[in-house]
Design a protein around this ligand. Structure first.
Ligand SMILES: [Zn+2]
Ligand SMILES: [Zn+2]
Length: 396
């Protein structure tokens, strides 16, 4: 365990170890752990982890899992881990999305442990920024696995923060899918603000997260959803982020920021239909990072999430994220070293990307009151602001 003092004045740490690659639904499943292996080796190639041995966290205990999951579901995961041949469809285990495998209970608890350790160390101040690339399993529900997610590492981490003195936690979910599990778990808790930007539920799993879904009766405005149309580009997506996230966070005044950085919003992702580049994603990491410094004394826990372009996108996107957690900025035009490219071909049989960029990022227009009624993205932004902003004393 070690960490580096970064140029932004913060200590950052990667919470990862190889046991996390045992969260593995099999070779034909989209969430293949090769994406984590390729990410860590690329980050190592750039010297981002080699001398900062990543932190190996203990798996979450049953008691820690029980802070957000029901006893019946936890027991079901334990049973399926012992007898993977006996699915439990009632708890979402053994479906095509969530196949069972031996010791699935241990693998899923290990993912929670990594994100939980990041939350603990950031909250206690031993590091300022932490990243858990295996984490971000935002679809898991209290009583069921869903959408490749068995236990909800984000929710266990956020609940730990609340139970250990945090009065206000902000959660920003930038995965292409709606962050439904995290939202459901805290939707009636005014101490947690959840914001999710995602492809609309009309065209994508899980089919939820509309503009008027704003939280439970005791916490109206604490859930925020910006559903986006098929084909949304970098400039539109960054504009949506700018129109919603900074103002709400400034009004909410979180003490700690937890963010989910699924990179399945990329134009080449095989499971979804937005049109971002690695460069648009990278710009959002910077914005989240800067908000953590502006509002939370730098306290920032970042996680991975979805991302199914395993070779071309995930390693580059999250290597940029890891760099930023260490307070370093990896220039987009950086060339990818031949060592890593050779490793990728040997490991996967396909050629990897050559640069850390997809090309120059187009200029995007900040929101600041300009509204184009012809734009479906602008209409969604306006609908979300109209539904949520008054609950925070803000003009829509
Ligand atoms: Zn920083
Ligand atoms: Zn996703």
């Amino acid at each position: 365990m070690s960490s580096a003092l970064s140029p932004c004045g913060s200590r950052g740490r990667v919470f990862f170890d190889k046991t996390l690659t045992k969260y593995n639904f099999g070779d034909s499943h989209p969430l293949h752990p090769i994406r984590l292996e390729l990410t860590m080796t690329l980050a190592e190639t750039f010297g981002l982890v080699s001398d900062l041995s990543p932190y190996q966290a203990p798996a979450a205990t049953l008691e820690q899992l029980a802070t957000v999951h029901t006893p019946g579901f936890i027991e079901s995961v334990l049973q399926v881990g012992k007898h993977p041949e006996r699915p439990d469809l009632g708890h979402g285990l053994g479906t095509p999305d969530n196949p069972t495998f031996a010791r699935i209970d241990q693998a899923a608890a290990a993912v929670v442990g990594a994100t939980l350790a990041a939350c603990q160390q950031v909250w206690r101040g031993s590091v300022t920024h932490g990243v858990s690339i295996a984490g971000g399993l935002h679809h898991a529900m209290p009583n069921a696995a869903s959408g490749f997610c068995v236990f909800n590492d984000l929710a266990v981490g956020i609940q730990w923060l609340l139970d250990n003195g945090a009065g206000r936690v902000a959660y920003v979910d930038l995965d292409v899918h709606h962050g439904d599990g995290v939202e459901a778990i805290f939707s009636n808790d005014p101490r947690v603000l959840t914001i999710s930007l995602h492809e609309s539920g009309r065209t994508l799993f899980p089919g939820t997260g509309f503009n008027t879904d704003i939280g439970g009766p005791d916490a109206l405005g604490s859930a925020v959803n910006v559903p986006l149309p098929v084909g949304t580009s970098d400039v539109e997506w960054l504009r949506a982020f700018d129109a919603v996230v900074p103002e709400l966070l400034r009004a909410f005044q979180p003490e700690v920021l937890v963010s989910q950085h699924g990179c399945d919003s990329h134009r080449s992702d095989p499971l979804a239909h937005l049109a971002l580049t690695v460069d648009g994603q990278r710009a959002s990491y910077q914005m989240v990072h800067d908000l953590a410094h502006e509002l939370c004394a730098g306290r920032w826990v970042a996680t991975g999430g979805g991302g199914y372009s395993l070779v071309d996108v995930v390693p580059r996107a999250w290597t940029h994220l890891i760099a930023l957690v260490h307070g370093q900025v990896l220039a987009p035009e950086t060339e990818i070293p031949g060592d890593w490219s050779a490793y990728v071909i040997a490991r996967t049989g396909v050629a990897g990307p050559q640069y850390m960029t997809d090309g120059p990022l187009d200029l995007w227009m900040p929101w600041s009151g300009t509204f184009n009624p012809e734009s479906a993205v602008d209409r969604s932004i306006a609908a979300t602001r109209h539904a949520v902003f008054p609950h925070h004393g803000l003009l829509p």
